[in-house]
Design a protein around this ligand. Structure first.
Ligand SMILES: NC(=O)c1ccc[n+]([C@@H]2O[C@H](COP(=O)([O-])OP(=O)(O)OC[C@H]3O[C@@H](n4cnc5c(N)ncnc54)[C@H](OP(=O)(O)O)[C@@H]3O)[C@@H](O)[C@H]2O)c1
Length: 412
């Protein structure tokens, strides 16, 4: 079954077999939610391999609990430390690897059926691409992969006949709604946005937004980068690009609507005027379960209480207060290096904001300056994407130095 964003009606399996999982980013928010699904459905899912970053304690606990055949850590030192801890705890039979080659091995082990891609940032790109090329079904949470290398990954998914099943709640909702019609019958895709913590904040106050305020998302509990990206609405911008790639849609066909209740996770408008929406609890375990069990639906306790539906509000996004969304639409139109730079510059700028080095409004300013200096190009290999990514990061770091800021303000 190909990745295509049209109607999904593959045959359901006649017999349930245990799906063997590789989880990239097992120690993160999505990784932990995935493991909680595995915990709830041991007859359906099992863990074969894990890739973590720097959280040694969590990786050690996961090894003890899940006994993966292979685990990978971000670097060699961490892998050595984990090996030593496992040895002294008497835990044997786990191969401990590291770095990008380790994550690739985790994702491509022959016995793995399904790869959950949930490493944050482009660190997850090579392993996700390798998993696609190895023919694994992918549950895709890592949106940065599709932003930076969406054209390459979807082309590989087509040629390897691999399903890319979205875990991001909005795309998961679109995927579910798409089952109601044919891709050619879709008029528009509507991504809902909560509006983040600053939905009603006046423009004049944006320069004084603190890190603590930006980390307080009104409806979702997530990792730090995606929480800041939600506050700037860059996250929604990434999702626009992600939707274009996953559902083969031009940016003009993907719209954003601010829906503060976060009850409707997204909508698909068909050519006859029908609009299908997906509603559910705000709990990432639901889209993860959907992706893991697709094309079946599995009974769960994630029930939605219709009586809580007293009000549903929708309004257009404010591109002036949230310039990151405008920058993302512009990058989506340009494609290639512009999308790579958008993601890379955002990662650097968000880290600088979290470190207190730039104000909240400095995030969009930094990204815009990097985009202005990024030449149009369409890297066509993962290596070329990573090279372009690292150029954009250098440029973003340069923009963040006092000299870079002065030079940028003179050229404006
Ligand atoms: N959380 C959500 O609700 C949500 C919703 C939709 C989409 N997403 C997307 O899903 C992805 C994960 O988000 P998250 O919220 O789960 O992030 P998170 O909580 O920050 O977790 C990130 C994971 O990536 C791992 N990691 C980071 N750098 C790594 C490296 N160099 N090598 C190997 N692993 C590395 C981290 O390991 P350590 O912790 O061990 O360092 C952790 O397991 C992101 O792309 C995000 O945009 C998340």
């Amino acid at each position: 079954m190909p990745y295509d964003g049209g109607r999904f009606s593959p045959e359901k399996p006649s017999k349930v077999s245990v799906k063997k999982l590789a989880i990239l980013g097992s120690t993160g928010s999505i990784g932990n939610s995935t493991l909680s699904i595995v915990e709830s459905f041991p007859d359906r899912y099992s863990v074969v391999s894990l890739a973590a970053g720097r959280n040694l304690d969590a990786a050690f606990d996961q090894c003890q609990r899940w006994r993966p055949r292979v685990i990978s850590m971000a670097d060699e030192q961490l892998a050595d430390a984990l090996s030593a801890r496992l040895k002294s705890a008497g835990v044997t039979g786990i191969e401990v690897l590291h770095g990008s080659s380790g994550a690739i091995r985790v994702a491509t082990l022959p016995e793995v059926d399904f790869v959950v891609s949930a490493i944050v940032g482009v660190a997850g790109l090579e392993a996700t691409y390798a998993a696609v090329c190895a023919g694994k079904t992918i549950g895709l949470a890592n949106k940065e992969c599709l932003v930076a290398a969406g054209e390459i990954i979807t082309a590989a998914a087509r040629s390897h006949n691999v399903a890319l099943l979205p875990i991001d709640s909005e795309h998961n909702a679109v995927h579910q709604c798409m089952r109601g019609g044919d891709r050619s019958e879709v008029n528009r895709i509507w991504l809902t946005a909560s509006g983040g913590p600053f939905r009603n904040t006046p423009a004049a106050d944006f320069d004084h937004i603190t890190v603590a305020q930006a980390l307080k998302h009104p409806t979702w509990v997530m990792g730090r980068r995606i929480t800041i990206d939600s506050a700037t609405m860059m996250n929604k911008g990434f999702e626009v690009i992600e939707a274009c790639r996953l559902f083969d849609a031009p940016p003009s066909q993907v719209k954003v609507t601010v829906h503060p209740q976060s009850t409707i996770h997204s909508l698909v408008e068909f050519i006859d005027g029908s609009v299908l929406a997906q509603l559910s609890v705000t709990d990432m375990r639901l889209p993860i379960l959907y992706a893991l069990s697709y094309p079946e639906r599995v009974a769960s306790d994630l029930a939605f209480d219709l009586s809580t539906l007293s009000q549903l509000d929708f309004s257009p996004p404010d591109f002036a207060r949230f310039p990151c969304l405008r920058l993302a639409y512009e990058a989506a139109e340009a494609g290639g290096a512009a999308c790579i730079a958008l993601n890379a510059a955002d990662e650097i700028a968000v880290a600088a904001f979290l470190d207190g080095a730039i104000p909240f409004t400095g995030i969009a300013r930094t990204i815009e300056r990097v985009l202005e200096r990024t030449p149009a190009a369409h890297p066509d290999t993962i290596a070329a994407v990573l090279a372009s990514d690292s150029e954009a990061r250098s440029l973003a770091r340069e923009m963040l130095t006092p000299h870079g800021r002065r030079a940028a303000s003179k050229s404006q």
